[in-house]
Design a protein around this ligand. Sequence first.
Ligand code: ADP
Ligand code: MG
Ligand code: MG
Length: 894
Amino acid sequence: MQYVFDFTEGSKDQRDLLGGKGANLAEMTSLGLPVPPGFTISTEACRTYLTTGREPDGLADEVERHLAGLEAQLGKRLGDATDPLLVSVRSGAKFSMPGMMDTVLNVGLTDISVSGLAAAAGDDRFAWDSYRRLIQMFGKTVLGVDGERFDHALESRKKDRGAESDVDLTVDDLRDLVAEFKGIVRDESGTEFPQDPRAQLDLAVRAVFDSWNTERARIYRRQERIPDDLGTAVNIVAMVFGNLGPDSGTGVAFTRDPATGEQGVYGDYLPNAQGEDVVAGIRNTLSLAELERLDKTSYDQLLEIMETLEKHYRDLCDIEFTIERGKLWMLQTRVGKRTAAAAFRIAGQLVDEGLIDEDEALSRVTGAQLAQLMFPQFDPAAQRTPIARGMAASPGAAVGKAAFDSATAVEWAQRGDDVILVRRETNPDDLRGMVASRGVLTSRGGKTSHAAVVARGMGRTCVVGVEALRVDPRARAFTTPDGTRVAEGDVISIDGGTGEVFLGSVPVVPSAVVDALYGDAAAAAAVSDDGARREVVDAVLRLMRHADDRRRMEVRANADTGEDARRARELGAAGIGLCRTEHMFLGARRKIVERVILARTPEQRDAGLEELRPLQRADFTEILEAMDGYPVTIRLLDPPLHEFLPDITDLSVRVAVAEATGSPDASAAELLAEVQRLHEQNPMLGMRGVRLGLVVPGLFQLQVRAIAEAAASLLARGLDPQPQIMVPLVAAVQELEAIRDMAEATVAEVAAETGNDLRFPIGTMIELPRAAMTAHAIAEAAEFFSFGTNDLTQTTWGFSRDDVEATFFPAYLERGVFGVSPFESIDADGVGRLVSIAAWEGKETREDLELGVCGEHGGDPDSIHFFESIKLDYVSCSPFRVPVARLEAGRAAL
Ligand code: ADP
Ligand code: MG
Ligand code: MG
């Protein structure tokens, strides 16, 4: 087993073994770019260390050999008394975990070698600056000393000397600091700072291994869904020095702007600095343009390298570089993270530049990114500075008055105010407040906290874990570290896409992408003079077209009204996968339904049904017309009985009051008895769906008749209505057969009456495990299956969505029972397996059985990829989600 690999051995495709940093350092080395020499200890070694508690056998020897090679190549020895070799010891996992793990620079400096370094560089100040940095970093990351102690010592030294920044400290100051730092190490860790260079190296390697399991790294991985057992690689790199005076420096750069996707390099440079000084913000950085003035040769070379990297990786790269006395060194590169807008824009640009084809471009954007671009956004032109930043938990741009408890949020919302609910963290008691608010802001918790899970479920904008906020619910205010105070009622704005928090009201603009997807020419013209936005919109449209070309699955929408159907069609839906009919029976019509259910005689019942028929016919006519030429799957009435009956508590009170006041109401008492008889402990599992259809005669028949009549009237107008009749909550084929016989007879009646040739597919929703497990039989009576994955998830797991999401889901997510709510993303192992068995067996019975999904999973990217893998015919989702589903269905088919 080989555990150590020289940079000349690896390549960018070995991220599993070498980690991202190591693989890309090797790649740059083989491209001939100026990378300081070094080697990588593999993730394999780390895994062994983490499972056995000690370094694998032979690792020490291998490190020794590679170190000797490095020393021979550079003609220096690690920590030598004259002209010593120094190295950095750098973490680097397969997936980048920014700031989560540890790196130590200047390893090899000791009380003796510091003089050698000073002599070789001809610069005492530089050598002591490097030494104090080593003790600081080593103390903190390897010996576990509280980093603030070093920071304090450095700060007070600067203050004593009236120094603006660390570069103003003299060599004597630095010498004193080194002594002081060593004292801190001794105090805090009970050991001396090690004076053996090789011991420093070994301890640092071990510390990097250990940093894989720090709490923050673990939390980060859980949030980003990075597996816990990958381990990190360790890179040992010969040091190059950006802190060697004004002709040295260090910087970071991007080959394009990762925020906007703007073409052209972009970056920050800090002269006379080392390592993380740039991101730490200890001094103001310079732009790359200023580097061009300072050191044109290095600048030109840097640009050339960036071009090489972009061409090679065929994508935006970010890099870390250092200039040592006018000589440029590359220290890191990777394909860079970017915003949603930049992702689309860059993908489009790269196609235009001929670097990638449209398939590749499509694979590089995601439905989640598209969804982000479809939310209203803060006006990009608006002046705004965040007062704090947390985790982007649920997208959107929300503005409102800060409320610090649920009751206040509800009260203000009721009087018409926009509210942002601000809490340290939320719990189930905050639910009402969250519903009433525009957005939710918490100072604690991560992407799986209660606030995050619930807000995402409700579609509320949400920012969580803004740790800089001191939220004081008693004082009804929060403060930021710089002293900004926001009291109850003050207006704030939160961006759920970036996690930013702003003071005051930031103007919100509708999404240009949505306008464009609607094909709104006027709106398109409005952004035409904004080149950046125009480019994003064009890239979205272009990749949508390509996704449509590529995808195998159809995308339909869940829509219950003509209005929603029209909107869905404009957004690209080719039909309705789920038209719910229950809302058509609520409101003013509820009374009629109540009469039907409580009817004493068939005559009373039929009278009620007759009253409903023209109303239903009008409902269906509107929807079928809006979706003319496309299938419309109409689900017969599904909800539990009690939704149509008077509230049992109200009614009981009424009856009791009437009795107590001596004027008993006989008809109310009778009604109450009937309602009590029909009362269910668990309506979700009670009399609903096909059960209702079988028990209340005439109800489903009325609906089928209304559908047939609506279709006949549209045919008469020369249109092409395509209704499909869907029976809900079927568990046994006998249920479906009974409804099917009735429906076919009813359609035949209407056909005869109207002189049309009417025939509609009749099928069922598969939403109970028993239906899935008897798909062979059910397909005998069904021409299509539509998987109702919301109910199928509830009935498979045995929990009710309304009751559990806000209660134990956060705990389940924390404990890793599931990585994401099974209502958000299909549980492929359980619920998904039922779907795939049913799909397979259904097809065995009936080759042309149509298969679709109408649960909310139809709009979820991961679920869509799963449905493509089991070859369903279509997914159906809410109208606004249709573009996301089109894009993901296209990506899934690549
Ligand atoms: P991170 O993953 O947190 O960026 P790095 O391992 O990249 O940590 O190192 C931290 C900083 O130190 C970076 O700015 C990097 O460029 C710099 N650095 C790392 N190794 C060397 C080296 N051999 N010579 C000079 N600077 C280095
Ligand atoms: Mg780095
Ligand atoms: Mg259902």
